[in-house]
Design a binder for this molecule. Structure first.
Ligand code: LMR
Length: 393
């Protein structure tokens, strides 16, 4: 009976949104869920998206269904940015479909892997909590390795050991860039080592690219994805536009399949269509249509890339300021200076994280993850002082 369903705790990360909103203190700082903020703490709609939405409003003549694959103009327009302008389909071996956000993309990628007979997924931890949740919900087995050391470096030995232990026919889930939650990415040289390792072992790479453009740049952030795809016969890429187009609640993502040969990709994707039909039938259209209209217009593309540059610059400034602060109590903030994207981990204990919230009105995830974009030149000193305070004595 339905009475058997036990009360579940709210998702810890999403619960922070409400906790922060309910806090009456004027100087509260939200470093929880991953949304970009300006130096005044706003999360504005991108100007390029506003322009595209105006076009959409004026020009859209129907809202009739498109099908489980969504807006294929959107799916294809993104491909040169993800896979490179030279050969974005890798000779016809890559195609994709639209998904509801990055979560929909990860869900579909893992669902496709499961349909294809994959049962075990290797993944570096910590990872985005939803990864493990989706793997568990699909009844797949999660095998973990250490993504990075507490001192802020990628743990390549752990990855090498994991790949050594893995069996051909296993899959491996890697973050393409802006690792969530650590901000610790593989260097190009490390990707150069990882790509042939995966190929030699016959692992299926599942690459999650949710923050392209927020690390070092659009091409720079795609290095790992492109490097791996150049090396292996087959791969899946989960993509999100939620952050790099600021479309969060409109839920805009895509999943891409790279098959061993061009004649296999259609059949593989038809399984994605079937999975989507059984789950959400068709993805929401609006955000993806707006992204397509940006990507089809040279001036809007320029504006979009400039907006991304500004976001990246601001986050670099915040990181530089944290790095300059150096020690805050017992915590060394300097490694945050060279980390990437929206997130980093401040290695506080659970009690210290609670004290950050209760005593200082600083909201951060239970993992110690902070949203770098929640810091501004106006609140960063308060944050650093709070870290020093909760770690003192
Ligand atoms: C995050 O990690 O904060 C974002 O990816 C939002 C989410 O859905 O968890």
């Amino acid at each position: 009976s339905l009475a058997q369903l036990q009360q579940q705790p709210a998702d810890a990360l999403l619960a922070l949104i409400k906790l922060h909103n309910a806090d009456p203190r004027a100087d509260k700082i939200d470093l929880g869920v991953g949304v970009y903020r300006t130096d005044t703490g706003a999360t504005p709609v991108f100007a390029c998206i506003k322009a595209a939405e105006a076009k959409l409003l004026a020009g859209q003549d129907s809202k009739a269904y498109l099908g489980p694959e969504g807006d294929m103009g959107f799916v294809h327009a993104l491909m040169p940015y993800v896979f490179g302008a030279k050969d974005p389909t890798m000779g016809g071996r890559i195609d994709g479909m639209q998904t509801p956000g990055g979560t929909g993309a990860v869900r579909l990628a893992l669902g496709l892997a499961k349909r294809a007979g994959y049962r075990r997924i290797w993944m570096g931890t910590p990872s985005w909590p939803n990864h493990a949740q989706i793997i568990a919900d699909l009844g797949m087995e999660l095998k973990s390795f250490v993504h990075a050391s507490k001192t802020g470096f990628v743990d390549m030995d752990s990855l090498r050991f994991a790949v050594g232990q893995a069996e051909p026919g296993d899959a491996i889930l890697l973050h393409g860039c802006c690792h969530n939650p650590s901000g610790i990415d593989y260097s190009d040289a490390q990707w150069d080592e990882i790509a042939p390792l995966l190929a030699a072992k016959g692992l299926l790479p599942i690459l999650d690219l949710a923050y392209q453009g927020l690390g070092a740049g659009m091409d720079e952030d795609a290095y790992g994805v492109r490097r791996v795809l150049a090396e292996v016969p087959e791969a899946l890429v989960a993509y999100s536009c939620d952050k790099n187009f600021g479309l969060y609640r409109d839920r805009v993502g895509a999943v891409y399949v790279m098959s061993a040969s061009a004649d296999q990709v259609g059949a593989a994707l038809s399984n994605g269509h079937a999975l989507a039909r059984a789950a959400w039938s068709m993805p929401p259209d609006h955000g993806a249509a707006a992204v397509r209209l940006v990507l089809e217009d040279e001036a809007l593309v320029k504006q979009w890339l400039a907006e991304l540059d500004a976001m990246r610059d601001r986050m670099r400034q915040v990181r530089a300021r944290l790095a300059t602060a150096g020690m805050a109590g017992t915590i060394d903030l300097s490694p945050l200076g060279s980390q990437n994207g929206l997130f980093s981990i401040v290695p506080l204990t659970a009690e210290q994280i609670m004290a950050m919230r209760e005593k200082h009105a600083v909201y951060m995830a239970g993992s110690g993850r902070i949203n770098i974009a929640g810091l501004t030149m106006g609140n960063i000193d308060k944050f650093i002082a709070a870290v020093a305070d909760v770690t003192a004595g």
